[in-house]
Design a protein around this ligand. Structure first.
Ligand code: COA
Length: 333
């Protein structure tokens, strides 16, 4: 049977470092509160002069390609996870295709599953490799959250959490896995617990005019932090155990868990519940905040570059976020 394998990975984050101290000048917050409740020390926010979702993704993709010893022209499919595309439409996949200088031969697909988006994208790409339809798939997670945040005291529960960045992996066929399994879940009953309402299409025409939308500020992130937290800690554990059970593996077999970087307290809770050692869990939320669909590929790329992922290691990815959606992937490296 044909399997898929990650053959290259890379990431790119904006230069612009936003410290907790800087945020304290914009809103009523402070470094101690942010570090204690979230673990975040700083995050990167886009520079409008240089950064777009597509061009950050292109930078991450080129690093992944060069580490895989491949060129742009070998890509035959792009799967792009983002909830913050550069345009309302078209999606970011086609903009990345253009940025990489690829012609009209290849397909580009956008995935809008928020913090679980990268694992959903990886799962889609894995299926296409297994069927034999594509041979070299670029899977990307990239986000610019900073421009939709309410950077006043009214928005402080979200403004301190989110950051911008991009990560990319290349998948190719392999005789043995590679990706052992992916498990995907959703529950739309909680859609409004973490969402951005506009520019939604369900409003009457008169209410959907730009000046009305700006007046009501409904294009900003709304989050019920405690609800998200409570569901996240349950679903993360469930979906990691689901992956292990499906592969007849135990939590001790995990070489490295790379959880979506939602909140350091969530990662620490998972680590404690699963009795994993510090060496078995990778966190970088301290430096980048929560970068939504980009967080897992950025963390995976950093962990790999730091030598924390070696051949034959068992890597577990897990995510939870808006939707609610949650997902896991088990990978034999
Ligand atoms: N600085 C200072 N005070 C803040 C603050 C900030 N940035 N944000 C909120 N507060 C205040 C609140 O207004 C509240 O004040 P009050 O008690 O006077 O009303 C107090 O801190 C406690 O707020 P609460 O929301 O109960 O805090 P919390 O301990 O739940 O932490 C989050 C808030 C957002 C950090 C936490 O709920 C969380 O991380 N949830 C999960 C979020 C997440 O992971 N989202 C992404 C999912 S992919």
């Amino acid at each position: 049977m044909r399997h898929s394998k990650i053959v290259g990975l890379g990431h790119h984050v904006p230069e612009n470092v936003i410290t907790n101290e800087y945020l304290s000048t914009l809103m009523d917050t402070n470094n101690d509160w942010i570090v204690e409740r979230t673990g975040i020390h700083e995050r990167r926010w886009m520079d409008p002069a240089t950064d777009t979702v597509a061009n950050m993704a292109a930078k991450a993709s080129r690093i992944a390609l060069s580490r895989a010893n491949l060129t742009e022209n070998e890509i035959d499919f792009i799967v792009f996870a983002t909830i913050t595309p550069d345009y309302f439409f078209p999606g970011s996949g086609v903009l990345l295709q253009r940025a990489l200088g690829l012609d009209g031969r290849i397909a580009a697909l956008d995935i809008r599953n928020a913090c679980s988006g990268f694992i959903y994208a990886l799962s889609v790409a894995d299926q296409f490799i297994k069927t034999g339809m594509y041979k070299t798939i670029l899977v990307v997670g990239a986000e610019i959250q900073s421009t939709a945040l309410d950077i006043s005291t009214a928005g402080r529960n979200t403004a301190v959490i989110f950051g911008d960045g991009a990560g990319a992996v290349i998948l190719q066929p392999s005789d043995k896995p590679g990706i052992l399994s992916t498990h995907l879940h959703s529950d739309g009953n909680f859609a409004e617990e973490l969402y951005v309402k506009d520019p939604g299409s369900s409003r009457p025409h008169a209410e959907r005019q730009p000046e009305k939308i700006l007046d009501t500020s409904t294009f900003k992130v709304v989050m019920n932090g405690s609800q998200v937290f409570k569901h996240a800690i349950v679903r993360f554990i469930e979906v990691i155990n689901e992956a292990l059970d499906a592969n007849n593996l135990k939590k001790d077999d995990i070489s490295l868990l790379v959880p979506h970087q939602a909140n350091l307290r969530i990662s620490q809770y998972i680590q404690q519940k699963l009795a994993l050692s510090d060496n078995q869990v990778y966190n970088n939320i301290m430096r980048y905040g929560n970068t939504t669909a980009a967080s897992i590929p950025i963390a995976l790329s950093e962990a790999w570059a730091e030598g924390k992922i070696r051949e034959n290691d068992l890597i577990c990815l897990a995510a939870f976020g808006s939707g609610f959606t949650w997902a896991s992937a088990l990978i034999r490296w």
